[in-house]
Design a protein around this ligand. Structure first.
Ligand code: GLS
Length: 828
């Protein structure tokens, strides 16, 4: 059971604000902050003035929270993440402050529709997908639960690229989310940090003959912090997300500048600024680029120095309380370089003995693993590490030497195979630093993000580490914030819930279980499905606007939204669509409930096959949507530029949620939780958090299919031959062969052949063909279920009722209990 650490009643000063008072604030800011006038202000200016009005309340909360944390000298968690996929903050902040209705009314009285103003805001897309969005949900929960926390990351100038389709192909455009400034952030020049990279290490001896290492950096870079207040829901805490922007150090620049090297100085400027220029657009693939390592080090070093500065303000040079006050959560291995950086600060700068420094480190860091995909397990060539961070490489060697000697050799004396396997340095032609190993060795706790994934982390990824330190390993199943993913994005359903089960559910999501008592009530069923229908009608308009395709809200809305990756198997979905289409062509009376297949996904710009899958879906969509013989039984749409804001429109309108990854590949998934929460029925494999969703909603309310983790392993071991499925199943053969013709790409045969080739010659690494049969059976089951209106309504209601477990508040409480040992700090 989740222990409650939240306040459900509005308590901050903002709650008392009336529409009239807000109006006064908005107009005042229109004049004083925007320098414009009611008569000529643009929608942008109105939006900005409203943000400024809201910020008066936000900043009040921020000041009181910070004062309280300082006075109480609270222990805090510091969330280190290279990604935060925040989306828009306008309606979120209004909802969390309890001001949404007043603002809506105030703006209406001023002649503006709040929804139109919401569209003035660019998404803050400083993340790729689930990992970055999870970080955003977590900081929302931390503030809501009054837990002292700071999020640290990078202030990317360009977030995740914007996606367009040209003739069906993905084109990437740069994202400039803050081209004209962002009203939610505050620059803090008083907290600038300087960090070093490159250079060389000198060994010197002090007067007592003690050896010391001195790092002579090759370049110094300035980190400028931007603070984004994180407003808790109806609680009074406002925490901070602190993002670092890189700039050239004044110190270096002026030197070059004064000696006449204006051009050189500018070049240095540009190079330094490059560090926070762009987010790497790969989800779950390690880039291996020097710039990426520098990004990681840059924000870790700035953040650690920031933490230490704050600690020293309260405790001076007494380091003994540091582990009591500070816990750092590493969001995957991306910030793992923080471990040797803290060692460097303690040993080289604070002159601490190695053992004492290591003791501190091991009480401060905890590591979350978010993926088992081999291509995502970060490792850096020793050569590059040495060039960029020469002193850190030495420290890592020393950490490794002691680990192998004091742990591995004691446990497995003389076992060189074990040493090779466990070494932080992977030997070979090109020696590599393994960041996962470093993270486990340097952390006091390691967790996966769903039950099955945490088990696999232990059994498949780090079994020997588990043998050494069984108590280090734990699970924390992911969650999502119900404030954004139900309350704000689905206002119709939220009001219905308020009426039926009271209004405490946004901070106590288990309350949703009360809804189960109504699952058979015809009136509630009608209301629930009427809301779904209205949400679908809204989405149909968006679809028409974005894609030009007309869809019927009476059809099943079947949605697959997530990054494009072979393991997520959007192509399995496509093969099934092709099979249905073929059945219709073969049998004009083929009986199926009309269905709209809706996709949203960005492919990493360098991921060729992923881009080919997008192209294939778009070409198949074009053909099917225009084929009169289909009689609208199938529509296929690919929503361009899928992002948080689009997800907020799609999720409330979903009937079916596609969660069809190869078992063992999706660590958890969080879209699966959001869709079920909004009453969609999952078609899914027993992978990641789908397993736990199935446990919660029960087998009547979910369509599970496909190989299990163990079956996948067994099939691989016995030898998987995708060609057998191709030859034995005529439908599979027909649709794959179809892709090679010019049926979907007139005059250009073979344009869609990449998918077939990867499934046959490529060996079908994600077992698409092995799961096809089960998948199409699950889809038939959905078709059957949907024909029974009352039965479907019941299933939909049961999904909403049973997924209270998947609030990020529960995840955070699990982290508090199993990892952080934090206490809430109530702010008046
Ligand atoms: C991911 C996993 O792929 C998702 O399954 C998971 O839900 C998410 C958050 O834990 O992390 N790992 C990753 O590198 N990107 C992800 O989305």
């Amino acid at each position: 059971m989740t222990k409650k650490t939240t306040s459900t009643k509005p308590s901050s000063a903002a709650m008392q604000l009336t529409a009239e008072q807000l109006k006064e604030r908005i107009v005042r800011h229109l004049h004083a902050t925007l320098g414009t006038d009611i008569n000529k202000a643009s929608p942008q200016a109105w939006w900005r003035a409203t943000c400024a009005a809201v910020n008066e309340s936000v900043f009040d909360g921020l000041r009181t929270t910070q004062r309280e944390h300082y006075q109480q000298d609270t222990r805090a968690v510091h969330y280190f993440s290279l990604e935060y996929l925040m989306g828009r903050l306008f309606s979120n902040n209004l909802h969390n402050l309890g001001l949404y209705q007043s603002a809506k009314q105030a703006l209406a009285e001023l002649g503006h529709d709040i929804a139109e103003l919401e569209d003035q805001e660019e998404d803050m897309a400083l993340g790729n997908g689930g990992l970055g969005r999870l970080a955003a949900c977590f900081i929302d929960s931390l503030a809501t639960m009054n837990l002292p926390a700071v999020g640290y990351g990078i202030h990317y100038e360009h977030g995740l690229f914007q996606q367009e389709f040209q003739a069906g192909r993905q084109i990437e455009r740069p994202d400039s989310w803050r081209e004209y400034g962002n009203p939610w952030e505050i620059c803090r020049p008083e907290s600038v940090q300087e960090i070093s990279v490159y250079g060389y290490v000198e060994t010197v001896y002090d007067l007592q003959g003690r050896m010391k290492k001195v790092w002579h950096p090759g370049r110094i870079i300035k980190g400028v912090p931007w603070d984004i207040p994180v407003v808790g829901y109806h609680g009074s805490s406002v925490n901070v997300l602190r993002l670092w922007e890189s700039r050239a150090s004044d110190f270096f620049n002026w030197d070059v500048f004064n000696s006449g090297g204006y051009v050189d100085a500018s070049r240095e400027n540009i190079e330094a600024e490059t560090i926070s220029k762009v987010l790497y657009p790969n989800d779950e693939t390690e880039a291996g680029k020097e710039l990426r390592l520098i990004q990681q080090y840059f924000f870790c070093s700035c953040s650690l120095k920031d933490i230490i500065r704050r600690y020293k303000r309260a405790h001076g040079d007494d380091w003994s309380k540091f582990p009591e006050q500070v816990v750092i959560q590493l969001n995957d291995t991306h910030p793992a370089v923080a471990i040797p950086e803290l060692m460097r600060i303690l040993v080289d700068r604070a002159d601490m003995h190695w053992d004492e420094a290591w003791g501190i480190c091991q009480q401060v860091f905890a590591y979350t693993n978010h993926t088992l995909l081999p291509e995502a397990l970060e490792s850096w060539s020793v050569r590059m590490f040495e060039k960029v961070l020469p002193r850190h490489l030495e420290i890592i060697y020393e950490i490794n030497r002691r680990f192998l000697l004091e742990q591995v050799d004691v446990r497995w004396p003389g076992d060189n195979d074990k040493k090779r396997k466990l070494s932080i340095i992977e030997e070979g032609h090109e020696p590599m630093v393994r960041m996962g190993h470093l993270s486990v060795v340097g952390s006091f706790r390691v967790n996966g993000v769903a039950e099955v994934h945490s088990k696999l982390v232990q059994s498949d990824l780090f079994p020997e580490m588990v043998a050494l330190w069984p108590e280090k390993f734990t699970n924390v199943t992911n969650g999502v914030t119900p404030r954004r993913w139900l309350k704000a994005c689905n206002p119709r359903l939220s009001s219905m819930l308020d009426r039926l089960i009271g209004s405490d559910w946004p901070t106590d999501l288990k309350q949703l279980s009360k809804l189960a008592a109504y699952a058979d009530d015809p009136k509630v069923q009608d209301d629930f499905m009427a809301i779904k229908q209205q949400n679908k009608a809204d989405l149909a308009k968006v679809i028409q606007d974005l894609t030009g395709v007309a869809v019927d809200p009476a059809a099943i809305f079947d949605i697959q939204i997530k990054r494009l990756h072979e393991y997520k198997r959007q192509h399995l979905n496509l093969l099934h669509i092709l099979a249905l289409y073929r059945r219709i062509l073969q049998n004009p009376d083929y009986d199926m409930v009309p269905r709209v297949f809706i996709f949203g996904a960005k492919a990493a710009p360098g991921y060729k096959l992923a881009k080919e899958i997008i192209y294939a879906i778009n070409k198949v969509a074009e053909k099917i949507n225009h084929d009169k013989r289909v009689k609208d039984r199938i529509k296929v749409v690919f929503m361009p530029n899928y992002r948080v804001t689009l997800a907020e429109k799609m999720i409330p309108a979903a009937d079916v949620s596609e969660q069809i990854s190869t078992a063992g590949k999706e660590a958890s998934g969080t879209g699966n939780m959001k869709l079920a929460l909004n009453g969609a029925i999952t078609v899914g494999t027993l992978d990641g958090a789908n397993i736990e969703i199935a446990e919660e909603v029960g087998e009547d309310n979910i369509a599970i299919f496909g190989l299990t983790v163990d079956e996948v392993k067994a099939l691989r071991q016995s030898g998987y031959h995708s060609r057998d499925y191709y030859h034995n199943n005529p439908e599979i053969k027909a649709v794959l062969d179809w892709l090679e013709t010019d049926y979907f790409t007139p005059g250009k045969p073979g344009e869609l052949a990449a998918i077939k080739h990867s499934l046959l010659e490529g060996g079908d690494p994600y077992l698409v063909l092995a799961d096809f049969e089960g998948y199409q059976a699950a889809q038939q089951q959905i078709d059957g279920w949907y024909r029974d209106k009352a039965g479907w309504a019941k299933k939909a209601i049961m999904n909403t009722a049973c997924v209270g477990k998947f609030t990020s508040d529960r995840s955070i409480q699990d982290y508090v209990d199993r990892v952080w040992q934090l206490k809430p700090c109530k702010v008046d």
